[in-house]
Design a protein around this ligand. Structure first.
Ligand code: NDP
Length: 609
């Protein structure tokens, strides 16, 4: 793929914009975002069952710990590690999964990997003295790494897996959280950390007739290897006589489609919107990579990446890939101080166009059949949709057994035997729903999936009905001793590499708890004033991006075509995706005071637990 910085290719804004709008309008159809709610749907709730670890009966538990962490994915493991460093002894992670890993526990579909560079995505590489095997890591290596961190900080033995938290409630009398689970457990904890994840709720579209299908069907986040054979590195040998349909062409789909194409008798790929699929260029880690690294290298690399995402000048681009070449400058185009706003907008749009042209050329150069290539070309601004990176996806469409089915308005219906698009029925043995997850902007209380009840029996879901109310996006008035790991739409900041803000959040929580313990504090609570000030900061910096995002083809980045529906309280510190570096500075300064400004502190009667 030629780079986007090539000379301009006759960019005519009016022609391009009207083409983009036509493509948008094909997809702006009523009901496109309708879903089957897997938490309550009687027919499809079974899709959530864990196919990877056997469920086991156990006795209900009743005990007291220092901290309960809801969620054992990246956020929970990193918070646990920092709380262990802060001196907490009894740390209990609770997760519905059968083990550590969160998204990497559940997503084991063939080809699963992370398209963010492994040396920045896998946290704590220095502490664990680990060097990833390749530039982009496969899911099994990432999962093993989180398991290794959990083992290092002794977080596994006390964890409760295959356990769903049903209710977390603050008990005023004991200044403790009481956590109840679906196993009948009652756990009492001094601190509560919500590390429930983003993109943690599998999304199944509501397509008429779905329950009629008599073949096999599953979601990519619960891959059915019993049916397909093989493992996450491929070899799906049981599909040799099967006709498979995959719904979706997002980041998960593009990773599993090459394996489905290789193994299935016939594969139909149902595409609603084409992804922009850039170069991945994976390669084994150079043997000398680790030799040149000095202490602190990983944080420096993560921050270098984030600086480019924020449009800040850097001495060198350490990651040097499609994210830094295209996504960063498309989101935050470097600005010459002499440019007017209009000039800046024009330059950004031109750059975006060049990036998309490069992606469209890549399709044309790779896919042999001209009609298929045309259908695979993405026509929208690069910033409209999460970009994808892969080198084997597009060539899959050159295989004789693979057919791309264009369905911009979605699948018409599901029948006993397959899928119908524009009146044509496709007979299938298996349907793979590569249909993603509820957006990361899904309110925290929904992602948490249980009732959280604070002081005076106030439900967090009620208090946050019009948007989050926090200090730093991590604590909330009325919910003492509770931390929430930073997430998009939650008044913290968003980092393209989610690991960075997670590391920052975990370190902040660890240091705060260490300080509170040192002072012998029984309970802290955010004052109403501090919370109101923070909300004011968020609202003051809020930038309404709907004028640009409403021109986009619908996606979860523009609230499925309705960007103005976003509540301003869901903004970030600094506006837009947020000012990570300002946020980091502010948290560090807050900690350095040693006074916990904005928190009301209640001391323990005696300094014993
Ligand atoms: P996505 O939401 O990105 O993709 C879902 C796909 O299903 C889209 O192509 C969507 O079309 C399609 N779809 C949804 N409903 C229908 C319908 N009714 N009819 C037809 N098609 C439909 O989900 P993914 O699981 O691919 O990815 C989710 C996120 O997970 C990513 O954006 C990323 O943040 C993360 N991820 C990260 C990876 C990494 O390498 N770092 C790898 C995989 C996932 P449309 O586009 O029109 O909505």
């Amino acid at each position: 793929m030629k780079d986007a910085q090539d000379p301009a290719h006759g960019f005519d804004p009016d022609t391009v914009r009207s083409k983009y709008l036509r493509e948008r309008d094909k997809r702006l159809v009523e009901g496109r975002a309708a879903i089957r709610d897997l938490r309550t749907d009687r027919h499809f709730a079974r899709y959530r069952r864990d196919p990877f670890t056997e469920y086991q009966d156990r006795e209900a538990l009743s005990d007291t710990v220092d901290v309960v962490i809801v969620g054992g994915g990246m956020a929970g493991v990193l918070a646990g590690a920092q709380l262990r460093k802060a001196g907490l002894r009894r740390i209990r992670i609770i997760d519905e999964a059968g083990g550590i890993g969160g998204t990497w526990y559940w997503n084991r579909y063939p080809g699963v990997m992370c398209d963010i560079e492994s040396y920045t995505y896998l946290p704590m590489l220095e502490e664990l003295d680990y060097v990833p095997k390749s530039r982009y890591a496969f899911g099994d290596e990432i999962l093993a790494h989180f398991e290794a961190i959990a083992a290092r900080y002794d977080l596994v033995e006390d964890a409760l897996f295959h356990t769903r938290v049903d209710r977390s409630e603050w008990d005023e009398g004991s200044s403790r959280w009481i956590i109840r689970t679906d196993h009948g457990d009652t756990i009492t904890a001094r601190y509560l950390v919500m590390a429930v994840g983003i993109l943690n709720l599998m999304k199944l579209p509501a397509i008429p007739g779905m329950e009629l299908f008599r073949g096999r069907s599953f979601h990519t986040a619960r891959w059915d290897y019993e049916y397909t054979g093989g493992d996450l590195h491929g070899g799906l040998n049981k599909l040799a006589d099967k006709v498979v349909g995959v719904i979706g062409t997002g980041a998960s789909a593009i990773q599993c489609i090459p394996h489905l194409a290789e193994a299935s008798k016939r594969l139909f790929v149902f595409q609603r919107t084409p992804s922009a699929v850039g170069v991945r260029d994976n390669r084994p880690t150079d043997e000398r990579f680790a030799e040149d690294l000095r202490p602190g290298w990983q944080r420096e690399r993560m921050e270098n990446f984030q600086a480019i995402m924020n449009g800040m000048p850097v001495e060198s681009d350490l990651v040097d890939d499609g994210w830094t070449h295209h996504w960063g400058p498309a989101l935050n185009h470097p600005r010459d101080p002499t440019w007017s706003d209009e000039e800046y907008g024009k330059r950004s749009e031109e750059f975006d166009f060049e990036v998309m042209e490069a992606h469209r050329r890549r399709v044309e150069e790779t896919v042999e059949d001209a009609a298929t290539a045309d259908t695979l070309k993405p026509y929208y601004r690069y910033i409209c949709k999460r970009p994808c990176f892969h080198d084997e996806y597009l060539p899959s469409f050159n295989a004789a057994n693979v057919e791309l089915i264009d369905c911009p308005a979605g699948i018409e219906r599901v029948t006993e035997n397959g899928l119908v698009v524009e009146g044509r029925e496709f007979l299938l043995d298996c349907i793979v729903y590569a249909t993603g997850f509820e957006a990361e902007f899904t309110p925290f209380y929904r992602r948490a999936g249980h009732e959280i009840v604070g002081r005076k029996s106030v439900r967090l879901a009620d208090r946050w009905r019009d948007g989050p109310r926090t200090l730093f996006g991590m604590m909330s008035h009325g919910f003492p001793n509770m931390f929430i790991m930073p997430a998009p739409g939650q008044q913290a900041v968003v980092t393209t590499n989610h690991t960075l803000v997670t590391v920052e959040g975990a370190e902040h929580i660890g240091a705060t708890v260490a300080g509170l313990e040192e002072k012998g504090i029984a309970a802290f609570e955010v004052s109403e004033e501090a919370e109101a000030d923070w909300c004011e900061k968020i609202l003051g910096a809020y930038v309404d991006s709907s004028p640009i995002m409403s021109l986009c083809t619908p996606s979860r980045l523009n609230f499925e075509g309705n960007p103005s529906s976003r509540p301003p309280l869901t903004g970030s510190y600094g506006g837009g995706f947020g000012d990570f570096f300002g946020f980091k500075r502010l948290l560090a300064e807050w900690r350095e005071t040693g006074e916990f400004p904005g928190l009301r502190l209640e001391e323990r009667p005696s300094r014993t637990r």
